[in-house]
Design a protein around this ligand. Structure first.
Ligand code: HSE
Length: 438
């Protein structure tokens, strides 16, 4: 087995310090130690390409990293191993990626518009230069769908795919549904929260979803679906009357991306694909995807259905998968069978179960007599346990079920409190108690 022992850092040039770029800078600083343990080397941010070279931005950068306004400072620097493109759009971003690849640099991008509309040249060049081009951040924010389709699901024929792929649209529809908010207010909130594209028409007219769907179709089925041929309708002008009527019938309106293969995967196979608002029955998981969350439901021939759910937009969620692309590149050619580099699996310091804290459900069988509830509550109070809800149920002779929920407490104090209750002779059967998962 070849073991790469070099500890040389992976040197990175970042283009764009907007929402996701800013998130990546934060994570690279904050999680430097985790990154080193996972990849066995440091990931060092050398240069950041921005339009506005203000001192405020420079102050956010890690030590030794400089701002530049010149793309060639990234693409032509022989010490930079990877260019991360987070500028978006199809102009400068494409030039930058082509130049980086031509100079033998790996590329990480989250540019779904470019990858969906005009990526052949990029992928061809990356292949001929033996460079990696990774783009987990381009689809569904924090959900690792790109890697999942190309990796763990590669042994499975994918039959169909349904997705909620635009956080802004899903946020707007959710706000309109649950808060009766109007379309324009919900859109401006999504923009303030950093979910929307620089050009929000991409979000609300469905094209951002369509870009992502084109990438998923390529990854899931190995098929090239031309963007210009895709039927796309967004949520612009969505009328709250339709949202309310759909609810009455038991449905939620969602902006759904669909891709289904007809006629197997023979050479006659045809793809049904498109993006449009749909009524989704409330019992389906897709209907429960709320706010900025995204989800992808896949039907695999061997695996059966799979459902991935997570934050679809926002600085840190998307930056986290851009960082994972950098980690994959940093680990390239290094055996990494545990998720951490060689000897970076550390002994665990264990929290004893009695110290775990949670809320509890407790059922006691007690006599239905004056003072029982007071004594039981006293035992709880003596251990610092506060009761949240109490119900008394079903008398069986003189015995009743006394059921209560507590506020957060340690398992040790709960066990001690129940011993106290038992010692007072209050219990007519063994107590039952479970932790509550909130
Ligand atoms: N504007 C996009 C969205 C951001 O709302 O999902 C992530 O691609």
């Amino acid at each position: 087995m070849t073991q790469d022992t070099t500890k040389r850092p992976l040197y990175v040039g970042l283009a764009g310090m907007g929402t996701v770029g800013g998130g990546l800078v934060q994570l690279l600083k904050k999680d430097a130690e985790m990154i080193r343990r996972r990849s066995g080397r440091e990931i060092v941010l050398r240069k950041v390409l921005v339009r506005n070279l203000s001192a405020d931005r420079a102050a956010l950068l890690p030590e030794g990293c400089v701002l530049t306004g010149n793309p060639a400072d990234l693409t032509d620097d022989p010490d930079i191993d990877v260019v991360v493109e987070l500028i978006g759009g199809t102009g400068l971003a494409k030039e930058l990626i082509l130049k980086a690849l031509a100079n033998g640099k790996h590329v990480v991008t989250a540019n779904k518009a470019l990858l969906a509309e005009d990526s052949k040249e990029l992928f061809d060049l990356a292949r001929s230069k033996k460079c990696l081009m990774r783009y987990e951040g381009s689809v569904a924010g924090a959900i690792p769908i790109v890697e999942t389709l190309g990796g763990p699901l590669a042994g499975n024929r994918i039959l169909s795919l349904h997705g909620i792929l635009n956080g802004t649209s899903n946020y707007i529809l959710s706000e309109m549904t649950t808060r009766n908010m109007d379309f324009a207010t919900a859109l401006s909130q999504a923009q303030e929260l950093g979910y929307a594209e620089a050009d929000p028409t991409l979000d609300i007219d469905g094209f951002d979803t369509a870009h992502k769907l084109i990438l998923l179709i390529r990854l899931a089925f190995g098929l090239d679906y031309p963007f210009a041929s895709m039927p796309v309708k967004g949520i612009r002008g969505m009328d709250s009357r339709d949202i309310a009527m759909a609810r009455e019938f038991g449905y939620r309106i969602k902006l759904v991306a669909i891709a289904k293969l007809h006629d197997g995967d023979s050479k006659d196979a045809r793809m049904e694909a498109g993006v449009f608002p749909m009524l989704v029955h409330h019992s389906l998981l897709l209907a429960r995807v709320g706010g900025v969350y995204n989800a992808v439901r896949l039907e695999g021939e061997a695996s059966g259905p799979l459902f991935l759910h997570g934050r679809g937009a926002g600085a840190l969620p998307t930056a986290s998968v851009v960082l994972s692309d950098l980690l994959s590149i940093a680990r390239e050619d290094r055996p990494n069978n545990t998720g951490f580099a060689g000897d970076e699996i550390l002994p665990t310091a264990i929290v004893p179960p009695e110290d775990w804290r949670s809320e509890f459900y407790v059922r006691l069988m007690v006599h239905d007599e004056p003072g029982v509830l007071r004594d039981m509550a006293g035992c709880m109070a003596d251990e610092g346990i506060s009761l949240a809800q109490v119900i008394q149920k079903e008398k069986e002779g003189n015995v009743v079920q006394l059921v209560f929920m507590t506020h957060e407490a340690s398992a040790e104090s709960m066990s001690n409190a129940l011993h106290r209750v038992a010692e007072k002779g209050l219990l007519q059967a063994e107590p039952v108690y479970y932790r509550i998962l909130q």
